[in-house]
Design a protein around this ligand. Structure first.
Ligand SMILES: Nc1nc2c(c(=O)[nH]1)N[C@H]1C(S)=C(S)[C@@H](COP(=O)(O)O)O[C@H]1N2
Ligand SMILES: [Mo]
Length: 376
């Protein structure tokens, strides 16, 4: 069925010059590294990999690179940093820029600890609510991770190019075979913690996470955090791409026929246990993490029976737009349980009992019952 959207998209992309392929493809090898290392301890999902929550129980605040989830729409390209250039152009800037890898390293950099989370994280749980699975990767809760990102604020690069008063949206365009691209409203692009990152946990960005340069757009679904950046196009009109019209939009349920591009995430919590978990009876310290797109975490409550709720103890850093760790002691007697955890962020947002239904299964923020069997 033709909706007219395609035509609008063609027109807008043509107006913005977005549909022209990038020159200089020679420095990109699309045979790439394919999938992440098969030895890696994340769950293998084709081009994608999910963080194993039980492995995070042994880790500190950050998610190590080897556990970090991977979400690719095309195989990981290999980019030669010596020939790579970032182009910044479009009617929204006074002068076009071309920056090399060294140019970016020479700009004053910042390091920020922030979460990245796929819009579809938790999608598997929509199956229980709507009786049939939402289409797409059936992530449980492991399409999230927290890293220390090092790079240059996107705003510094935009200001260097000279923003015009007419500037409206910032299209971030990747060098992968699908040329993943998605526009960001100017206000979000100018936020202090929106980064062009070349470092992850103190190392150069690994190939699967966007080497040599990616966007990190904290608080927003990570589809905004385009990897393997090649071009930044600043428009004077609203922009369309397949990633804000056909995919990564909220539609169906209360959204009806609308197609609202996914922006901010919703608060969530996860236990650091296998799914499902089996534990011997006796005393256990149960740990997990909760996170919110806008604020730190105020409190976390847990329930073993779905009726009575007790506070979990927060510990360690509680960085807004990253996550907070928590624990509680459980004298577990034999039986089958669903452990539920509900977080409230510092702005007062609390995880609901039911997620907002939507056709494509994004932003599942409801309380999840983690299945646990305690053996005699
Ligand atoms: N160029 C490019 N950028 C991309 C993607 C992609 O397929 N290509 N996937 C996006 C999506 S949907 C997510 S959730 C995040 C995942 O980042 P990660 O693989 O570093 O965890 O990257 C985003 N950036
Ligand atoms: Mo994603």
């Amino acid at each position: 069925m033709r909706t007219g959207l395609e035509d609008a998209r063609g027109a807008r992309e043509a107006a913005g010059g977005i549909s022209k392929p990038l020159p200089g493809r020679l420095f990109v090898d699309h045979r790439g590294s394919g999938r992440p290392d098969p030895e890696d301890p994340t769950g293998d999902m084709g081009l994608n990999a999910e963080m194993r929550w039980e492995a995070m129980a042994r880790e500190g605040y950050l998610t190590p690179v080897g556990l970090f989830f991977v979400r690719n729409h095309a195989p990981t390209p290999r980019v030669d940093p010596l020939r790579w250039r970032l182009r910044v152009e479009g009617p929204g800037v006074r002068r076009a820029l071309e920056l090399g890898y060294e140019d970016l390293l020479r700009m004053s950099g910042v390091s920020l600890v922030r979460a990245l989370e796929c819009a579809g994280n938790g999608r598997a749980f929509f199956a229980g609510e709507r009786g049939r699975p939402a289409p797409g990767t059936q992530w449980r809760l492991g399409a999230v991770g927290v890293a220390e990102w090092t790079g240059v604020p996107l705003r510094e690069v935009l200001l260097r190019a000279g923003l015009r008063r007419e500037a409206r949206e910032v299209m971030l365009e990747g060098l992968d075979a699908c040329r993943m691209r998605r526009p960001l409203p100017l206000e979000k692009a100018l936020e202090e913690d929106t980064l062009l990152a070349y470092g992850m946990n103190g190392e150069p960005l690994p190939p699967d996470h966007g080497y040599p340069l990616r966007a990190v757009v904290p608080g927003w679904a990570a589809v905004a955090s385009v990897k393997w950046l090649g071009r930044i196009y600043v428009s004077d009109v609203p922009l369309l791409s397949p990633w804000n019209t056909a995919r990564y939009v909220l539609t169906g349920g209360p959204f009806g026929e609308g197609r609202l591009p996914v922006g901010p995430q919703v608060p969530k919590s996860a236990l650091e246990l296998p799914w499902p978990a089996r534990l011997p009876s006796g005393r256990h310290v149960i740990t997990g993490r909760s996170w919110s797109p806008s604020a730190g975490i105020r409190h976390v409550k847990y329930s073993l029976d779905g009726r009575s709720w007790r506070p979990a103890q927060l510990f360690g850093p509680n960085i807004p737009r990253a996550w907070a760790r928590w624990r509680f002691v459980w004298e577990a007697s034999p039986g089958r349980y669903r452990i539920r955890v509900r977080a409230t962020d510092a702005a007062g947002n609390t995880q609901p009992d039911k997620a907002t239904p939507n056709e494509l299964g994004y932003l599942y923020g409801a309380v999840v019952g983690h299945p646990v069997t305690v053996e005699p």
